[in-house]
Ligand binder design. Structure first.
Ligand code: NAD
Length: 440
């Protein structure tokens, strides 16, 4: 591991309010550990662009040894050596979140745009310094194969279009980062995986939460048994979807479903990455308010329960008809931990509660505070890091495929009213690549 990439968290990133020491000292200590390699002098790493990553600048400690390490300044590749990303689909997510997030990236930069609206693409290209000749449309998209400015294609289109643009992008010789949900059918997901394998290109699904520090800290707490033995997970993700009846999210053919593949997938995915396990039983219900014109083709609300092999029971809810709720709580035998909000772009808050070690009548509820990171920048840098270091992404196509399979079973369970039993999968994180490393 390079000097550039330290343990999952620097000590400085994690600030706590009262009582944290009693709550998760082991997890926090582990997060702050420097891997052995980090003690070595900086070493260079080759990149596809023929360079090496710069060493981190080191300062003398600013605080006493009893205080947390400041972590040092960030380091980044110079612009000409960052990996170039082509953004496909210039909708709300691309323009409001992804394009601005490049400013926080250390290894990735935007170099091309693909849009059906030339005027909009020209305006965005000008704003972000993208060459006019690097603007494509859906017809000449395949010409990206001739563009050495582009290493990675980031697909930010309606769900049913993910398959086509992944397959064409891989055939054009580019690595693919694809928005969630991976597609609208299991067959499409498999085709996407096969196309990228055949082209020897990487495929990552943009599960931003799996790169976010609060989620990584919660995963680590659970895996370190900081909450004791986990028994229950409750997760809710919903919003009151706007009433434009022409939007693709309300069309089954384009969206693949309603709230479940759009926002419910965050609950499903969280239960899987928090436990590392795959469910062995699924039951579910769907409901749509009669007469609400938004829900002629897609469902309004879904509740589903998942049983995991270790005994964890997850209870999830998702809806397009409620005011925003984006949270989960993990109940262990000794403590509970929650993120609320958990699935928002920012403002995430982590709370942990356990009995006081000195007063059996008292409960210690503690906020674990850590500095905020741009989730889209983390995820895009991880993709670039995987290409540079030739690693499997943490959330590869197989991770998206598994959610797609489970969502199909959730619908089936709701339709039949029957509990579905699944074969037991042994091992943890079987659909994931190595944990993402924190870029210093
Ligand atoms: P959006 O409707 O705002 O943008 C979609 C873009 O696709 C638009 O530019 C539109 O012009 C283009 N498009 C091309 N062909 C189209 C067609 N036939 N019908 C409709 N639009 C077409 O959607 P969005 O919110 O940006 O979502 C895009 C993708 O990103 C979806 O897969 C969605 O699930 C995902 N998403 C992810 C997150 C996240 O947090 N990771 C958040 C929002 C959306």
């Amino acid at each position: 591991m390079s000097e550039l990439f330290k343990g999952e968290f620097s000590r400085r990133q994690i600030l706590t309010t009262t009582g944290l020491g009693a709550i998760s000292a082991a997890a926090i200590a582990k997060m702050g550990e420097e891997p052995a390699a980090a003690q070595q002098p900086p070493t260079a790493q080759p990149t596809p662009r023929g360079g090496s990553l710069p060493p981190q600048i080191k300062f003398a400690p600013i605080s006493e040894q009893t205080e947390v390490d400041a972590g040092g300044p960030p380091t980044a590749l110079p612009p000409e050596r960052r990996l170039g990303f082509a953004i496909v689909g210039l909708g709300r997510l691309a323009l409001e979140e992804i394009m601005p997030a490049f400013a926080q990236c250390k290894l990735a930069k935007p170099t091309a745009l693909v849009s059906g609206d030339a005027a909009k693409a020209n305006q965005i290209a000008e704003q972000y310094g993208i060459k006019p000749q690097n603007i494509y449309n859906y017809q000449n998209y395949d010409n990206l194969r001739n563009n050495p400015d582009v290493d990675v294609i980031y697909i930010v289109l309606p769900n049913s279009m993910h398959r086509e643009y992944t397959v064409r992008g891989a055939k054009a010789g580019k690595h693919i980062l694809c928005e969630k949900p991976m597609a609208t059918t299991v067959e499409d997901c498999k085709e996407m995986i096969d196309a990228c394998k055949q082209a020897n290109r990487k495929l990552m699904i943009a599960y931003r939460c799996q790169y976010e520090p609060h989620h990584r800290a919660m995963i680590q707490m659970i895996r370190n048994k900081e909450l004791g033995s986990v028994r229950l997970i409750q997760a809710d993700n919903g919003q009151n979807q706007g009433g434009d009846l022409n939007q693709w999210r309300l069309k089954r053919a384009l969206a693949g479903g309603g709230c479940l593949p759009d926002v419910g997938i965050y609950c499903l995915n969280a239960t899987r990455y928090l436990t590392g396990e795959e469910p062995i039983e699924i039951s579910a219900r769907t409901f749509s308010t009669p007469g609400d014109p938004r829900f002629k083709e897609v469902e309004e609300s879904v509740t589903f329960q998942l049983q995991f092999p270790s005994g964890v029971l997850a209870i999830c809810s998702t809806s397009y008809g409620i005011h925003e709720a984006r949270r989960f709580r993990v109940f262990g035998s000794n403590a509970w931990g929650q993120l609320d909000p958990a699935f928002s772009y920012n403002g995430l808050r982590m709370m942990v509660s356990r009995k006081s070690s000195t007063n059996n009548m008292a409960e210690n509820v503690t906020e674990v505070r850590m500095s905020e990171k741009n989730q889209f920048a983390l995820e895009m840098d991880h993709m670039a890091d995987c290409v540079i270091a030739n690693k499997q992404p943490h959330t590869p196509g197989e991770e998206g495929l598994q959610d797609q399979k489970l969502m199909a079973l959730i619908y089936q369970a709701a339709q039949t009213g029957k509990t579905i039993t699944l074969p037991r999968v042994s091992g943890l994180d079987v659909t994931r690549g190595p944990a993402p490393r924190t870029l210093k």
